[in-house]
Design a protein around this ligand. Structure first.
Ligand code: KIV
Ligand code: ZN
Length: 528
């Protein structure tokens, strides 16, 4: 009997595997984190991993350990944290990459090495400068080597949708012979269309003689907006693993969105009789967390998790909804964990209630961090009468920055029509408080100039965005600042009832992330 690995939750045999169970492989922390500006620090990655595991994700791709020390540490820490899901590390077809992934995954209860190499004529010629035979040998060598670290090995043919079929089948057959238990077919450049991608998966299922010994997987990018449709076409044609990300985060236009795949399979079970292990009620929580830690806002009309996904504005729709919700609602807001923004607390709420609320929202803190967060909560409650869940989440997110080298001590701004606008700032930099006053073209400009005088940098500002966390003029403003330096961009987030304070916090948060990036070892050219 052939032993395989299916959901990552437990090894099983072909005969015991539920033929309609789709493995959800989340790559928010790897491919998602590769998207411009979406970098996360260790603490943020751990929070995301925790939610992914709670949601029932089968495989968490935690990073690309050879890419940087930060990635290595994240894969190792997530391997220690996660108990049920399989933790996966990415590696190119090189011994160094695979060794590094194997080491980072060591503490994991269930570990997977995901190794890949390009197989399309274009990539082999232009990128790898390797002949097909050499690539084929590299497939065998890399998979065999990865098996020395774990018996759960995934192999991907990068640029799969532009690969010649004969060569793809030859590589897959050899990868399985060498010990691969999952075969992933990426649409790396988001070029395929559903009928074609479905046919590609069917072709692999029909032509590769030992394909029954592996699970076939999809990994679709969204350059033409077809990542989810392509992934589902893959499932309809035999794939039983889908690689996806929360909010569709990922390189360029992103990857297939986990929430859309899962909710399609749930809502259209009549046409697609497949199941996943995802607790869909945690989708909104995961989406908000990822949006918050990456600073990548979810567009209002995004399927499943957009702010308008369950909003009914037109009179006709509202009338229908009041008579019978299913007139205009194909899934319930509750099924994705969307509840009304609840008034949680005000200035009379005590420490105990605050701690309970944090637990409810999924935050665990030690006593010192709780004290700090509670103090900030009280400060906020003095300024803002009604405190909502979103306010608390924004506040805790600010609190989580204990390792920051730069901190905002105070900000005083003169704004209005009588110019000049000035900003006077105090920053604590590596433990020393420094002060500067600057004039600017408006209060935000003055504030950012004052920061730049204290923390000189060549980063360019790519994005400055403000949005209200809740409703009302006393709402907290959440500001996103994206900085670009040395080919890398980072997003910083800041929240406060004062938009300028939120702005400086976001700017400083982004600068702290840039400092972390500068400290990391410059990775060799990475191709994933
Ligand atoms: O898009 C891609 O081809 C990838 C591979 C590493 C699977 O991300
Ligand atoms: Zn990818």
């Amino acid at each position: 009997m052939t032993t395989q690995v299916d959901s990552g939750h437990r090894p099983h045999t072909n005969s015991t595997r539920d033929a309609n169970r789709v493995v959800i492989f989340d790559t928010t922390l790897r491919d998602g984190e590769q998207s411009p500006g979406a970098s996360m620090n260790l603490d943020e990655k751990l929070r995301v991993a925790e939610v992914l595991e709670a949601m029932g994700v089968d495989v968490i791709e935690a990073g690309f350990p050879i890419a940087s020390n930060g990635d290595y540490e994240a894969v190792e820490a997530i391997s220690r944290l996660v108990k049920d899901a399989t933790v996966c590390g990415l590696a190119r077809a090189s011994k160094k990459d695979i060794e590094r992934a194997g080491m980072a995954l060591k503490p994991a209860r269930r570990k997977r090495i995901h190794t890949f190499i390009s197989t399309s004529p274009l990539h082999m010629r232009a990128k790898l400068q390797m002949e097909p035979d050499a690539v084929h040998q590299a497939v065998i060598d890399s998979v065999s080597f990865a098996r020395q670290f774990t018996d759960d090995v995934e192999w991907s043919c990068e640029d799969g949708t532009r690969t010649e079929h004969d060569f793809m089948c030859r590589c897959i057959e050899s990868a399985i012979k060498a010990g691969a238990t999952t075969i992933n077919i990426p649409d790396t450049v988001g070029y395929s269309i559903p009928e074609e991608f479905g046919a590609l998966i069917r072709m692999v299922m029909n032509r590769v003689p030992n394909i029954d010994k592996a699970i076939v997987s999809t990994h679709c990018h969204n350059d033409l907006g077809l990542a989810v449709a392509n992934s589902l076409a893959g499932v309809a044609n035999g794939a039983r693993q889908v690689e996806c990300t929360i909010n569709g985060l990922g390189e360029r236009a992103g990857n297939a969105a986990l929430e859309e795949i899962v909710m399609t399979l749930r809502t259209r079970h009549d046409k697609m009789p497949f199941t996943t292990g995802i607790k869909t009620e945690l989708i909104t929580k995961a989406s908000r967390l990822v949006s918050q830690v990456t600073g990548m806002q979810v567009q209002n009309n995004k399927a499943v998790v957009g702010a308008n996904a369950f909003a009914h504005e037109s009179g006709i729709h509202q009338d229908g909804m009041l008579k019978n919700a299913s007139t205009y609602e194909i899934m319930t807001p509750e099924s994705v964990g969307l509840t009304e923004s609840k008034l949680v607390m005000g200035k009379h709420s005590g420490r105990h209630a605050f701690r309970r609320k944090l637990e409810e929202l999924g935050f665990a803190m030690d006593a010192a961090a709780l004290d700090d967060a509670f103090k900030r909560f009280k400060d906020l409650a003095d300024k803002k009468k009604d405190i909502y869940d979103e306010d608390i989440v924004a506040l805790v997110d600010e609190e989580a920055r204990e390792n920051d080298r730069i901190r905002v001590v105070s900000l005083q701004v003169v704004a209005g029509t009588k110019g000049p606008q000035t900003a006077e700032i105090e920053l604590e930099i590596d433990g020393v408080v420094q002060h500067h006053k600057a004039e600017g073209d408006g209060p935000v400009d003055a504030t950012f100039k004052a920061v730049r005088a204290l923390v000189p940098n060549t980063a360019t500002l790519q994005l400055y965005q403000v949005h209200a966390v809740t409703q009302g003029t006393d709402a907290q403003a959440e500001v996103t600042v994206r900085l670009f330096e040395d080919g890398k961009s980072v997003n910083g987030l800041g929240a406060d009832t004062d938009t300028l304070v939120a702005s400086v916090r976001a700017y400083v948060n982004a600068l702290n992330k840039l400092l972390v990036k500068r400290q990391k070892r410059a990775p060799e050219a990475l191709t994933a």
